[in-house]
Design a protein around this ligand. Structure first.
Ligand code: CMC
Length: 434
């Protein structure tokens, strides 16, 4: 006998309704409230989506209490240690790790799209040299929809796949060009015999005048960081991509909206903010003063790289990146990095502090990613760009999942209206300042 379906009873003004309770493969059950308005005339109210599942998904799972993160069922640590970025991209997109031939075909498919339409490079000329590269990224990725008309039909699975390949393939080219433009250096074309991260590093740091020597340590570190950032369930930028996509907007426009949402310092911009904060703290002796400020309700200062909406434990990505931080620094011959020492001391002090313990504020991925990026010679303004590059894979996978879902509807949240009730119009000569 199959078990009785679970329900939750909801009572309002004497009326009792049964709401279905749905179970996932992991994580808390959810109450399906889609009939609530019809049955009771009530909306639910949950600013910031503190207790709301906005969709069903089979891509990524986070257990915030235990600090677990799975992509398609595989732990992030296992993937980060054993895969390269494109293998993980394949996993996120198609649900399984590729066998050898699938991997080869996928790499080939991605490589076919690393070049940009030649005219796209003139877009960069329109930006100031000192523009933030994230501003440039929002613009140029959005502009893809003006160039690739053969992958805009979201109802055609082949066009959707083509758009996904294009986005994943072109992000390193875009990112490197944003960096080169800020320096006033010539753009480098991609070289498809290189791996994804190798190509990215060469386009960022190479020059047409010299042969660029790929450093395998940097390639490994870059791949690891990209894997750790590739997807993260229904966060602000992914939800933005889904919401934009739910209206039928084309994939390039949707990913550009994700880049814009990621830019904020509470989200992807945190890695850049961590480094700025460490510089601001400057010396270990100033740490107590900054911890005090972070705890002060009247001070907007927050310890950047600490805390997470979902993780109430050590961010599993931070665990992996913390280990690699030491490895990468020592392989790069950096014996003593004052900023890493400062970060570790800050982490030690914060983790012993009652405020951080009580609120379950642990270091998140951004606390360490900036330190590795910096050691790799990547400027702070590019940190969030590289996060966006990695997350594009997750955005594309989530967007594909949403479009293919036959129950998909346009996302249209409701509100608790707190403005004026209807009032009489006042002609201009009778208006007073309120
Ligand atoms: N420093 C000091 N206090 C903090 C911090 C922090 N970094 N983070 C949260 N708190 C306090 C906050 O003041 C609040 O206190 P109270 O309950 O007394 O009002 C409590 O902890 C809960 O915080 P919240 O802002 O209500 O939690 P949230 O889930 O809305 O915000 C967060 C999560 C990540 C935006 C926040 O922890 C934060 O601003 N952290 C710093 C920015 C950061 O590192 N962001 C990267 C997130 S990981 C990468 C990514 O996914 O993009």
């Amino acid at each position: 006998m199959s078990p009785q379906p679970k329900t939750a009873q909801f009572t309002f003004q004497g009326k009792v309704i049964d709401l279905p309770v749905l179970s996932g493969t992991e994580g808390p059950d959810v109450v399906d409230i889609s009939s609530l308005y019809k049955e009771t005339g009530l909306f639910t109210y949950d600013p910031g989506f503190m207790a709301t599942a906005s969709c069903a998904s089979a891509i990524t799972f986070i257990d915030g209490e235990k600090g677990r993160l799975l992509y398609r069922g595989y732990s992030i640590a296992a993937l980060a240690r054993n895969c390269d970025f494109l293998e993980v991209a394949y996993l996120l997109l198609y649900g399984e790790l590729p066998i050898s031939e699938q991997r080869q075909t996928f790499v080939k498919q991605i490589n076919q799209h690393t070049l940009l339409h030649e005219q796209m490079s003139s877009f960069y000329e329109g930006f100031r040299r000192d523009a933030h590269p994230m501003a440039v990224m929002v613009g140029v990725v959005g502009a893809l929809s003006a160039f690739y008309h053969d992958s805009l039909d979201i109802h055609d699975p082949q066009q959707r796949e083509l758009a996904s390949f294009r986005l994943i393939a072109k992000m390193p080219t875009f990112a490197a060009m944003a960096y080169k433009y800020s320096l006033g250096q010539p753009f480098l074309y991609p070289k498809n015999h290189l791996c994804y991260s190798g190509n990215l590093l060469r386009m960022m740091f190479g020059l047409p005048t010299e042969e660029y020597k790929i450093n395998p340590v940097l390639v490994k570190a870059m791949d690891l960081i990209l894997i750790l950032h590739a997807d993260h369930e229904q966060n602000a930028s992914t939800s933005t991509v889904r919401l934009a996509g739910s209206s039928g907007a084309n994939p390039f426009a949707c990913i550009a909206s994700g880049i814009a949402a990621l830019w904020g310092p509470a989200h992807g911009g945190a890695n850049e903010a961590v480094l700025n904060m460490l510089r601001q703290i400057g010396d270990k002796q100033h740490i107590p003063e900054f911890i005090k400020r972070a705890k002060d309700k009247d001070d907007p200062f927050r310890l950047m790289g600490f805390g997470h909406r979902v993780y109430k434990n050590y961010d599993p990505r931070a665990v992996v990146i913390r280990e690699s931080c030491h490895e990468v620094l020592s392989e790069l011959g950096i014996k003593n990095d004052p900023l890493l020492d400062l970060a570790m001391e800050l982490e030690r002090i914060a983790l012993q502090d009652d405020y951080f313990i009580e609120k379950k504020l642990y270091p998140n991925v951004d606390f360490y990613s900036g330190i590795i990026f910096r050691a790799m010679g990547i400027p702070a303004s590019m940190f969030t760009v590289l996060f966006a590059l990695a997350r594009s894979v997750g955005w594309v996978a989530q967007w594909q999942e949403m479009i293919a879902d036959p129950t998909q509807k346009i996302g249209r949240p409701r509100q608790l209206y707190q403005g004026y009730a209807e009032r009489a119009f006042v002609p201009v000569e009778q208006r007073t300042v309120k």
